[in-house]
Every structure is written in structure tokens, then in C-alpha cells.
Design a protein around this ligand. Structure first.
Ligand code: 4AD
Ligand code: MG
Length: 369
């Protein structure tokens, strides 16, 4: 029968250590359920990444994709378990939005039914900040969209975003939640998928090491470390993939980078009370050159400071009227984070490219199949 034909076999299953799955069947009866066409495009010979992406609908059947997508499914279950066991409620925000959260450069415009332009969501955050006043601490697992114009190993145009928003929580409390969630996921995946991780080239011991507290450095220290390593970077520059890669090679578990200057962070971050040139922001970077997996911070809770930041960033305060209202009526200290699910999987499963962390990746040059 051609490969990928579907058969029903009856016989005796016997344990055999040499068999790939540990068992062999001595077949007594065969029923053909579907005879495949002869020309199944994927064979044992080397296929380039473009060919495998073009045939993604069939490549999903490969052992590699099966392992990755199985662990991905479990990770999503574990995330829900972790949040709900700690009293978080699950909350959904709209996908069509009228304004930017994370800067205009990666906004995805869509022609709306009334002819106006709306944007696909970059993050649930602004809506989540409205909802915490009603629900308390909340989380979501939902797609986010970024019109990323550069071709990199770690950017998708559509990715799954695990986000949380927490009232009465400052940057300290925020970092505790992040390190506990990440450790919980690493510990459970390492224990439940020992064999599968090894097959993917990841030593489960690497994940068992991931326990709080995670190391912390400030943005300023990060710049100093980079300069000492000979990188041409100056205070105030954003950390790109190359810089993060060098930083991340210095740690073997995830680590926090705190207090980025306001010039390179979104308008909603609270300014540091002792140095108003930096924000109470914190990114979590994964080791082994992966870089940022979480973006997060304490939110600006003052009406005056927020309106000033919106103007400083040349945004239109009119678009953010409803968001500003949240600072007029019962504003509280609050913080939140966003974890890129595929970035996280890319790290824990030791994948070379983010495209393999999702079944049908949306990339700068690909939306087929
Ligand atoms: O750092 P970002 O832009 O932060 C936010 O969107 C916040 N509003 C989240 C929040 O506080 N609720 O994005 C968060 C994470 C990044 O750390 C990264 O892991 C992932 O989202 N991410 C991407 N993953 C894949 N492809 C892309 N193009 C991504 N852009 C961001
Ligand atoms: Mg970020």
C-alpha cells in the first residue's frame, strides 16, 4: 500500500524494545480503509523549509510536529489550570480595535464594514484594564496580530498571547506571578514529557532547573554587560534580537530585565517614582539566545501622568478617552503581562524557528495553507 494509506489491523500486540513505539503487532487480519494516492509529497529525503511549509497540511503528520503540537496542547491546559487555581477569571477582549496598544509600526489595518479602518488587536491589555475593576484578576489565551515587516526566527504575524492583568499589584507582585507561572509550566512539562523532550533534543533537566527566584538585572546593567561584550549599543537604545541573544547567553534560566527608559516603552507604563526617565516595566528573557518571552509592567494609574505620556508619544488623546476614564473613576495600582506562547514553546522545545511552534504559521511571506 502507498504511504499514508489507512489500514485496520487485527492481531497480537507484543512488547519489543526494538520497535519505535515499544510494541509490534503480528497481524492476522488486514482491512483497507483508505488507499492513499501514490505520490505523497513528503519522503525521508531532505526537504527544505519552504517545501515543508507549502505542504504543512501533510507535514503535521510528522513525528516532530505531532510531538510539538501535543506538548503545546498540554501547555495550554496547564496555563488554564494555573490561573484558575489561583482565582483568576478568564476574560475575552475584542479582536477588532480602534487604536494601538504597542505602537503604530506593527498595526494591522482592516477595512471595516462601514468603510472605516480598524486594526487587529496587538494585545488585550487596554480592555483588560477596564475589566479588572469589575472582575478582579483576569487572564486570556487569544491571538494577537503584529504586522512585523522583518523576517526573523522569532516573529509571527499572528501569535497566541497569554495575558494577565492584576489589580492591587505592583511590579514586585507581578514578577512573582510570572516566575511562578513559568516554573510551574517547566516543571510539569519536564515531568510529563521526559521521553518526548529528549526526542526533540531538549534535556528535561534544563527545565527542572527553572525555579524561582529568577535573576534580575536592570536595563542599565544590561547595556553595561553588552558594552563589556563589545556590542555597539548605548543607553536609550532598544534591545533587539542580537542584543538579547548575547544577554541571554549569560544565563541558564529565564531572567528579568527591569526599568527600560520611557523612550523605548509604550505610553501606558508607570514612570519610576525615583527616576521619571525610566518605566516600571519588566521583560522576561529566556536563555540560550531566545530573548524576550514576556513583556510586562506596572501600569500608569494617574490621569495627569497618563495624558502627558500620550501627548509625549504623539498619540491622539481622543482615541484613548475611554482608557483615560479608568484613571478618573477608582484607579488602583495594577500590573499585567503578556507571554508569547510560541516564543515560550520555541525555547522549551529547543526549536530553531518559531514557525514550528504553531500548526499553520503566519509569516511575513506566507498565509498558505
Ligand atoms: O512585549 P509585548 O509587545 O507586550 C504587550 O503586548 C503587552 N501589552 C502585554 C501585556 O502586558 N498584557 O508582547 C508580549 C509578548 C512578547 O514578549 C513576545 O513573547 C510576544 O508577545 N510577541 C510575539 N510573539 C511572536 N511573534 C511576534 N511578532 C510577537 N510580538 C510579541
Ligand atoms: Mg516587548
Amino acid at each position: 500500500m502507498p504511504v499514508e494509506s489507512v489500514l485496520e489491523l487485527k492481531g497480537i500486540a507484543k512488547e519489543d524494545k526494538r520497535a519505535p513505539y515499544g510494541y509490534e503487532i503480528s497481524v492476522e487480519e488486514i482491512k483497507i480503509l483508505h488507499k492513499s494516492h501514490e505520490d505523497f509529497p513528503i519522503s525521508k529525503k531532505y526537504h527544505g523549509p519552504d517545501f515543508l511549509l507549502q505542504n504543512r497540511h501533510l507535514y503535521l503528520r510528522s513525528r516532530k510536529m505531532q510531538l510539538i503540537l501535543t506538548i503545546r496542547s498540554r501547555v495550554i491546559q496547564l496555563i488554564r489550570e494555573w490561573f484558575t487555581s489561583r482565582g483568576y477569571k478568564e476574560f475575552q477582549s475584542p479582536i477588532f480595535t480602534s487604536s494601538a496598544v504597542e505602537g503604530g509600526a506593527t498595526l494591522f489595518p482592516v477595512k471595516y464594514v462601514d468603510g472605516s479602518t480598524v486594526y487587529l488587536t496587538q494585545s488585550w491589555q487596554l480592555y483588560a484594564e477596564a475589566a479588572i475593576a469589575s472582575l478582579g484578576k483576569i487572564f486570556t489565551i487569544a491571538p494577537s496580530f503584529r504586522a512585523e515587516k522583518s523576517r526573523t526566527r522569532r516573529h509571527l504575524t499572528e501569535y497566541w498571547h497569554v495575558e494577565a492583568e492584576i489589580p492591587f499589584c505592583d511590579i514586585e507582585g507581578l514578577m512573582k506571578e510570572e516566575e511562578e507561572l513559568i516554573s510551574f509550566l517547566c516543571q510539569n512539562v519536564a515531568k510529563e514529557f521526559e521521553k518526548e523532550l529528549k526526542e526533540l533534543g531538549r534535556d528535561p533537566k534544563d527545565l527542572l532547573k527553572v525555579k524561582p527566584p529568577f535573576p534580575r538585572i536592570t536595563y542599565k546593567e544590561a547595556i553595561e554587560i553588552l558594552q563589556k561584550s563589545g556590542v555597539k549599543v548605548k543607553y536609550g537604545d532598544d534591545l533587539g534580537a542580537d542584543e538579547e541573544k548575547i544577554l541571554a547567553s549569560k544565563f541558564d534560566i529565564p531572567f528579568f530585565v527591569m526599568f527600560y527608559p520611557k523612550g523605548i516603552k509604550a505610553f501606558y507604563h508607570k514612570l519610576h517614582p525615583e527616576d521619571k526617565s525610566v518605566t516600571l516595566s519588566v521583560d522576561l528573557l529566556a536563555p540560550e539566545g531566545i530573548g524576550e518571552i514576556i513583556g510586562s509592567g506596572q501600569r500608569c494609574d494617574s490621569y495627569e501622568e497618563l495624558i502627558e505620556r500620550i501627548k509625549e508619544e504623539n498619540l491622539d488623546p481622543k482615541s484613548y478617552e475611554w482608557y483615560l476614564d479608568l484613571r478618573k473613576y477608582g484607579s488602583v495600582v495594577h500590573s499585567g503581562f503578556g507571554l508569547g506562547l510560541e516564543r515560550f514553546l520555541m525555547w522549551i522545545l529547543k526549536l530553531d524557528h518559531i514557525r514550528d511552534a504553531i500548526a499553520f504559521p503566519r509569516l511575513i511571506n506566507r498565509v498558505y495553507p
